[in-house]
Design a protein around this ligand. Structure first.
Ligand code: SF4
Ligand code: SF4
Length: 111
């Protein structure tokens, strides 16, 4: 699919092209560090959209960008951003997000 990558907004590890996100959860499922989650969004055709909730925990593994089928999420170059190291807290948060059906923990049960 030819889809222009949106410009790096600067000083962030991960950014999103909201227009392309199909709310498939794949990026959330592959993130090792509990960075991502889905949020309810009435403006999205699927009712939800990807959210970068914990950018400070991103380790720059690129898994989200590599697995997104819709070219909707991008990871900064290691020269552009100093990524975090994977911590036990981040791994535990990721497990909680998976257990929450990939929904953002910040929006649990919220419409
Ligand atoms: S680059 Fe890796 S750690 Fe960062 S949001 Fe994507 S999957 Fe998660
Ligand atoms: S993998 Fe891509 S399309 Fe699917 S939820 Fe993540 S950003 Fe959206």
């Amino acid at each position: 699919m030819a889809s222009a990558m949106i410009e790096y907004p600067g000083n962030v590890p991960v950014w999103v092209n909201r227009d392309n996100c199909k709310a498939c959860d794949i990026c959330v499922s592959v993130c090792p560090s509990g960075v991502l989650g889905m949020r309810y969004d009435s403006t999205s055709t699927l009712g939800a959209i990807i959210s970068v909730d914990h950018p400070e925990a991103c380790i720059g593994c690129n898994e989200c960008e590599l697995t997104c089928p819709d070219f909707a999420i991008y990871v900064a170059d290691k020269k552009e951003y100093k990524f975090a190291k994977l911590t036990d807290d981040a791994k535990a948060r990721q497990a909680a997000i998976v257990a929450n059906n990939y929904m953002s923990l910040d929006q649990q049960g919220v419409k």
